[in-house]
Design a protein around this ligand. Sequence first.
Ligand code: RUQ
Ligand code: CUA
Ligand code: CA
Length: 655
Amino acid sequence: MALKSSPLVQGVLTPKVVGALLVGLLLGTLVFGVVLPSSARGAASSGAYQRPYPLPHQYWARTDEFYVFASGGQQGGLYVYGVPSMKYLSEIPIFNPDQAWGWTPEEPKVRKMLTNPWTEEVVTRGDTHHPSLSRTNGVYDGRWLFINDKLHPRIARVDLDTFRTGQILWLPNGNGGDHGLSVSPNSDLLVQNFEHEQVPDPAITQHLGLTVDLLKGPYVGAFSGVNIASDGAMSNAWQVWGPWGFDMVRIGWGKSDGWIVSTSYNTERALSAVPMFARDHDYAFFWNIASIRKAVADGKYVTTKQAPDVPVVSWKDVEVYVTPIPLNPHGIDISPTGKYVMTSGKATTLVVAIDFEKTLEAIQNKRFIGDDFGIPILDPDAVRAATMDLGMGPTHIEFDNQGYAYVGFFVDSDIKKVPLGEPYTRLHNKEPWKVVDVLPAHFSVGHLLVPGGDTAQPYGKYVISMNKLTKDTFLPHGPLESENHELYNIEQVPAQLIDQMPLGPETHYSQAIPASLVAPRVKTTYTEARAVAAEKPRVEYDYAAREVRVHMTVVRSFFTPDAFTVPEGWKVKTRLVSQETAMDISHGFALDGYNLSVSLDPGEVKDVEWVADKPGVHWFYCIWFCSELHMEMRGRAIVVPQADWTPDKETHLAS
Ligand code: RUQ
Ligand code: CUA
Ligand code: CA
């Protein structure tokens, strides 16, 4: 059945308006460049943000209130910085090797994580988008951060005690194009949307009752449910497939507990950009989690050859509803009590607040205006709290602790602050859904964040705008410019722009967590090396396997052994054991003339495998300036030509 026109949608979105908006959207980024940046409102700092002089030791460690974990996009991992200092702290490599931060596939543990379990390909390109910090009772708990790769079907867990990737889970049945990711209020479930439509295993399309043509489409989409165990271990739980690709997602809490909300901008099932705007609306989806689990329990699923243990459920067998959202909705975000679900038509000026309590009532009273692929369409009049006309290119929304929503506008290059309706009016005493402040950004807001702004208890105080363009904000640095993260104090109106920071490409979503939840957990050394400390340094030759195993201890300023021989062509398995117990004393193992460089944190044990295919003397050396004897901290790997090798050339250490 076709969708009956909703006055809410149709009133504003005449075809002419839609056309104008589309042109505006496409041209917007070009046009606004001509308009000079708005006056630097609030550029002067108030006392609270002035620095003392001279700076006392640990000033930044003591004054920063939040860590920000910013997805790196095509950088493949995360950037980490402090707030309000906007001081860059580190990077966390995930899907892309990064020798600076000691993340390279020479290390078997890393290589295993990066290896596609089905094709056995080591995949070293990634595109991180949506970090989601672990939570307990809907509030960040500081244990882990989960994040997706948009390029490949995989998600990672970062452990916040080491700031390192602890697990990469590959999701079956898809080729990639994974977008929204969300973690449940008690971190036991994670949902990953497949944005790009796929041609899956025929078992799936057959189960869906849809036909898919490889050349002509239309294709189908899905989302993956992932269980998270109490120790953070992720495992594939189930998948739900449907006629569309799904974009952004949140797992609800509070009033929306037990539901997954998501968007799709391509309910046209189109295969190219312009036809994806054919409808004047797409949908927000409401998925009942219990109904998915019930479908699995009732055996209403299929499995595939690739993943015989992952139930694939059809959208037809679960409880799901949609409601129309104007023209290509993208972000979907939930207010702190779980009551309001806010989303917006990317290619419109309209921001929609859905009241989840009204939605549940509307479901009960069957306030449907039709169906699409059998999914009941909820009457917008029955579920909406407000439809706001706020500006060009609304994209993402976050919430503070005072009852306000912050909506980022890509085309307008600003953030609008809007008071929420009940039960928040007693916090702000404002007429709801009317803009109370506009924060100018430089330029083109992608995501934005309020610390805790996607949880049951936002911390408020700041907004960070993650701008896609920096243009002339900083010194020119080539045609490829960095991103601009802008920090605003939102405790005052108008909000005060406190700082701006260039950050490498290309941030999508970021989250900020109180320093007090993370800093006390952070290890200064690893303790693994203590366990293997009893093992003596040694070199073993395995003629059957054509393998040399080197067990090497590393401490300022010595490698032990500092010389060993290898027959040409043999594999060398090198185990590096750092015996450092001092904070911040890292070493490394880089080998002259080989594509090999690894970093070793204090107390860390790392395995490195390489093939000794270049005869001659190759010095290995430490890559970190670890002491005044750093440069002397080196040793020799002597690769003996095949023809010259005799067992008496073996290295044996005096015991
Ligand atoms: S989204 S393009 Cu987070 Cu706006 Cu990825
Ligand atoms: Cu160890 Cu330089
Ligand atoms: Ca669309």
